[in-house]
Design a protein around this ligand. Structure first.
Ligand SMILES: [Mg+2]
Length: 491
């Protein structure tokens, strides 16, 4: 019996990072098929090793193309960029915005932009997120990190690279694609999977629990067959006494699916020769013995007879995996947000500080309210003074002036208190954010606001969690109930 069942029966409270979070209620009992993305969903990579590889391979191509040899000295710091940021390729800036598209943090290379610069460049005018590039995938992290390193190099070594930031970015894109397509990166991963791929020992248990609950599982990945087979083999073969081959877990295996086009296009499924990795034309029913490439969601639904909300798709890419599958086909969605694994324990440790910040924020709001009341009293009294003066009622005018002075004194007291509270809150938020990530803070928050990333997660992912294996704690018939269908006026 999987350990999860015991846990649930005993009602042992799960740690935060073991939980599945609910944006939109889902009754797992009515889900018949669960699809999984592979990279960064079923398969977690050792990001240090994997992205250093991508960083170095791409840098090599820059230098080969005539960029200064000195670039070779750039240091790779795998945690310097987080998902959800936006890249301003024209100006060479990296931005973190809140859910209202307000730029709260910005860097040019390694230099943090001050509030005034941010206001001038971004916040003074309406924000055009569509002109910016969104850092959605883990693959993009090393790409964007390399960009900021080169921008920093350009800032410190003027005229050594005679290109605009945008041109540098275009080169970067080209070289990254080349590193992926010429196999530089893949070859290394396939040669030493143990160096790059993390085996999650609880994954088999989570998948088996869903299978035992009569769910059909399928794999839908953009990676090609040769790569998929080796990586899946590494994480699942011989990991469970009953299912010794990774293919045993999945009814259908679809590789090279070209998501998000899988959800928008009309490509037919092709059959993959599992020995040669070659594809051939295919028509007819999907059968478990075959491996397919390409295809499209509409045809998938017709061939499998599972439709819309009977299907749940689990992926890590908000755009490629989640937005289209939910928006166009009404598949239910679960987003794997790997960062939660490390952020949630830190947030737990900062709980007391966060409570203090929230209490101070409530106090600040109350003081702000008093300030507004005092301001309107002063304005009203000043108006009355004028009326009294016009009516030559000097006694009343004098009395009112005295009152106004008292209000003004009180106002300045309250304004000072407000500033003090505001500064304390800011200081505490900076301290808090620094413990999460020194440059960018929390993935899901900007100060006290939701980040743009958090807003997308909330909007598009029915469920989200740190890793797929957390599903082992939940029954395949679990009713996940959303707790935040509350509007501001419900609170
Ligand atoms: Mg993925």
């Amino acid at each position: 019996m999987p350990r999860g069942i015991d846990l649930e029966h005993q009602r042992i409270k799960l740690e935060k990072w073991q939980r599945v979070f609910v944006n939109r209620s889902i009754n797992m009992g009515s889900i018949k098929a669960i699809g999984f993305d592979m990279d960064h969903t079923l398969v977690q990579y050792n990001r240090d090793a994997f992205e250093t590889l991508a960083f170095r391979a791409t840098l090599r191509k820059f230098i080969d193309a005539g960029y200064p040899e000195e670039l070779n000295e750039l240091k790779f710091d795998p945690s310097s960029v987080i998902r959800g940021l936006l890249v301003d390729r024209e100006r060479g800036n990296l931005l973190k915005v809140d859910g209202h598209k307000y730029v709260k943090t910005a860097f040019h290379g390694k230099r943090r932009l001050e509030k005034e610069d941010r206001r001038k460049l971004y916040n003074a005018a309406s924000f055009k997120a569509q002109n910016l590039l969104s850092v959605d995938t883990f693959f993009a992290l090393s790409e964007v990190h390399l960009f900021t390193e080169i921008v920093d190099y350009m800032a410190n070594n003027p005229n050594k690279i005679q290109k605009t930031f945008k041109e540098v970015y275009d080169d970067l894109r080209k070289f990254i694609d080349l590193s992926h397509s010429d196999g530089t990166i893949k070859k290394e991963v396939l040669r030493f999977p143990e160096k790059f791929v993390i085996r999650d020992k609880y994954l088999p248990q989570a998948l088996v629990r869903m299978i035992e609950g009569d769910k059909l599982l399928f794999l839908l990945t953009n990676s090609d067959w040769a790569y998929t087979n080796i990586v899946m083999n590494y994480i699942l073969n011989d990991a469970h006494p009953d299912l010794t081959n990774w293919r045993d877990y999945f009814e259908y295996v679809i590789v090279s699916s070209g998501k998000p086009n899988f959800f928008t296009g009309q490509s037919p499924f092709q059959k993959v020769d599992v020995n040669t990795n070659k594809t051939s034309e295919y028509s007819g029913a999907l059968i478990p013995e075959n491996v397919y490439a390409g295809g499209n969601a509409e045809l998938f639904q017709n061939l499998t007879t599972y439709h819309g909300d009977e299907i749940m798709y689990v992926g890590d890419h908000i755009y490629g995996d989640i937005i289209r599958s939910k928006g166009l086909f009404n598949w239910r969605t679960m987003l794997v947000v790997q960062e939660l694994d490390s952020e949630l324990p830190k947030l737990e440790r900062n709980k007391a500080k966060l409570q203090q910040i929230n209490m101070l924020a409530v106090e600040r709001e109350a003081v702000d309210e008093e300030i507004q009341i005092l301001r309107s009293r002063i304005a009203a009294a000043q108006k009355q003074i004028k009326v009294a003066a016009n009516a030559a009622n000097s006694k009343k005018a004098k009395y009112l002036s005295k009152e106004t002075e008292k209000f003004a004194e009180k106002l300045s007291e309250k304004e000072n208190l407000f500033d003090e509270l505001d500064q304390t809150i800011r200081k505490l938020i900076i301290e808090h954010e620094h413990t999460i990530h020194s440059g960018w803070g929390e993935l899901m928050k900007v100060g006290l606001e939701k980040s743009r990333f958090a807003q997308q997660v909330e909007q598009y992912a029915c469920l989200y969690t740190g890793r797929v294996s957390n599903l082992r704690f939940y029954s395949p018939f679990k009713r996940f109930v959303s707790t935040h269908d509350l509007l501001p006026h419900d609170l």
